[in-house]
Design a protein around this ligand. Structure first.
Ligand SMILES: Cc1cc2nc3c(=O)[nH]c(=O)nc-3n(C[C@H](O)[C@H](O)[C@H](O)COP(=O)(O)OP(=O)(O)OC[C@H]3O[C@@H](n4cnc5c(N)ncnc54)[C@H](O)[C@@H]3O)c2cc1C
Ligand code: SF4
Length: 566
């Protein structure tokens, strides 16, 4: 094993959380080594977004044989396609396992910047309705923070990232500081009118997409290709924001193709660095630091910690509570209704998928006055999509062939409309990750194993949303073509939480309210694994906000002498 130099801080992962942490710590003058499991993401090489599908050999789907021989052969959707072929930024070498009856779909981007290169940019704030949900409805655990304490960090994150929206005064969605909202299309106004009739809000989403130039980043030119990565950096991504800023300080050492296997400990059980596999040589390397920050993206952070066994931590580092890997939560996704708007049939078909995202949504409207108003507790949100997408998915609803069929597809082009439910799962003792006792990946690292089933509460929300869509389609004078029979596979949302939950009691929680592990004071976590429960909102902006707050605390600990510099 080769030994290397010692850093003030090692940050594992360069995505939304890790990228933010390394930028802040580098700018504060610390020597930081950021470790990334895959290669550097290079927009000029890895994003081929402005080409049309008919210019690509496999019409955008990619070579069907491209994953042959890989340990994990399942293709990922939108973001991984022919547009990213030959770039090797998605993880297919490291396999994981599912316990019998579990069907978890684990998408990973191993390129620098992680999934935050391709994210959907929905960026609502969490509020007290989320932090104090357990107190309101009696289920689970409150978060160890209050909105008043977190609000300034959300503001800081929004100002940094650039989030477009409007002030809305909704009880479930605290307002923030916003850039000019996205322009609405005709379809949004039709949905809003219908939603109003059935008492459901339909409002601009909080979208981290630059409607105006922001802090040196150019305004969006609405090419609509965001999920393939933005070639000009007009939405927050580590590749365009945090990584170049951290590098500009000259305090950053960035290791790529380095897959962290475990956190190393000293004779007192404190973190002293990490062990990683150099993918190019397949050799294990040790790297040392005074502080370790894990930001490998929720379940992978738990994977590394569960694999960090020592005489001090026989069940994984910082796991005296036994909660490491437990409380796995996520969003139930699925389409509770899709169809078309006959009033738009025959209207000119213009490319209006301006953001490759939903510019408006239905923020949670259930159980606001009374937490037990509905058959389920908490609440869900809905994203509506539609209009002239790049590909006319509605072709499968129409009959015919030849030129008449093509004309018909064109006539329906502006009409399709569909919904996506975002329903939080409740933490359950049945839902967790652990280490598969039998399986190792190709690098010899014991694999992560998922145990997960949908619970009754989220399935009740799913059924509820189907009725809402039946009512909405009627109210919009729309035709309903159908709805999904089943929700999407667990893992699809990429908003998993809970596996290193934070809280004040070291017997019940993995980290304290600052995301510093209770057991190992020089080990911090900067991703969604600390969030004890899932909400009706997405996780990325909150990851950035909480990471900013954690790094502030970490720097304070350096100043106070709790951590010493190299
Ligand atoms: C298509 C799509 C749409 C999305 N839409 C939204 C949305 O609208 N709103 C929202 O809030 N979120 C959305 N998300 C989710 C969002 O991308 C994640 O919440 C966010 O990226 C999580 O940040 P992270 O830093 O935890 O993980 P990531 O951004 O995935 O970064 C993880 C990093 O860790 C590295 N890493 C992993 N394992 C190891 C290891 N063992 N050793 C070393 N390095 C490692 C990876 O290489 C990567 O750099 C979406 C994601 C996708 C792909
Ligand atoms: S729509 Fe805007 S943010 Fe999205 S890829 Fe195009 S320029 Fe970038």
């Amino acid at each position: 094993m080769a030994a290397t130099r010692v850093f003030d801080v090692i940050v594992v992962g360069t995505g939304a959380g890790g990228g933010t942490a390394m930028k802040i710590l580098c700018e504060a003058g610390l020597s930081v080594c950021a470790i990334n499991s895959g290669p550097r993401t290079e927009p000029a090489r890895d994003y081929k977004l402005h080409r049309q599908v008919y210019d690509l050999k496999y019409r955008g789907y990619g070579n069907p044989m491209r994953l042959e021989g890989k340990a994990h052969q399942e293709p990922y959707s939108v973001e991984e396609s022919e547009y990213s072929e030959n770039s090797d930024i998605f993880e297919h070498d490291v396999a994981y396992s599912n316990a019998p009856g579990t069907d978890w779909y684990w998408k990973r981007c191993k390129g620098t910047g992680g999934k935050a290169n391709f994210w959907g940019r929905s960026s609502a704030r969490f509020g007290d309705i989320d932090f104090k949900a357990a107190g309101l409805d009696g289920f689970g655990e409150n978060w160890p923070v209050e909105y008043a304490e977190i609000a300034p960090w959300s503001t800081k994150a929004e100002r940094y990232m650039g989030v477009a929206s409007t002030v809305q005064n909704r009880p479930s969605n605290p307002d923030g500081e916003y850039l000019t909202p996205m322009p609405w299309r005709c379809i949004e106004y039709i949905i809003q009118k219908g939603a109003e009739k059935i008492g459901v809000p339909y409002l601009p989403d909080r979208c981290a997409q630059l409607t105006v130039a922001h802090d040196g980043h150019p305004a969006c030119h609405y090419c609509g290709n965001c999920s393939r990565g933005c070639d000009v950096g007009s939405f927050f991504s580590p590749t365009w924001f945090t990584i170049p800023q951290a590098e500009a300080t000259k305090n950053l050492t960035l290791l790529t193709n380095a897959l962290v296997r475990s956190v190393l400990v000293d004779e007192d059980g404190k973190a002293r660095g990490v062990a990683y596999i150099d993918r190019t040589t397949k050799r294990e390397v040790e790297l040392y630091s005074k502080v370790v920050v894990l930001a490998a993206s929720c379940v992978e952070t738990a994977h590394i910690m569960l694999n960090s066994k020592s005489r001090h931590w026989p069940t994984g580092i910082a796991n005296s509570s036994g909660q490491l890997g437990r409380n796995l939560s996520e969003h139930l996704y699925g389409c509770p209704g899709y169809g078309y708007l006959p009033q738009l049939r025959g209207q000119p078909a213009r490319p209006d998928n301006i953001a490759d995202s939903t510019v408006a949504w239905m923020p949670r409207w259930q159980n606001l006055k009374n937490p037990h108003e509905e058959k389920f507790i908490r609440g869900y949100s809905v994203y509506m999509g539609g209009g002239c997408g790049e590909f006319p998915g509605h072709y499968s609803q129409l009959e015919g062939f030849g030129s008449e069929f093509k004309r018909n597809i064109k006539r329906y082009y502006p009409t399709p409309v569909g919904a996506l439910i975002q329903a939080p799962t409740l933490p359950s003792s049945e839902n967790y990750v652990d280490i598969d006792p039998r399986k190792k990946d190709i690098f010899g690292i014991p694999q992560l194993r998922f145990h997960f089933q949908w619970g009754t509460n989220e399935l009740l929300m799913w059924e509820h949303s189907k009725q809402v869509m039946i009512d909405l389609f009627k109210a919009m004078d729309a035709e309903l073509w159908g709805m999904d029979d089943e929700p999407n596979r667990p893992g699809t949302s990429l908003h998993e939480t809970g596996v290193c939950r934070f809280g004040n009691d070291p017997k019940k929680y993995v980290t304290n309210k600052w995301a510093q592990t209770h057991d190992v004071p020089n080990l911090y976590i900067c991703d969604a694994s600390i969030f004890p429960s899932s909400t009706d909102k997405t996780t990325t902006m909150p990851i950035v906000a909480f990471t900013m707050r954690t790094c502030d605390h970490l720097l304070e600990n350096f100043k106070k002498g709790t951590h010493s510099r190299v």
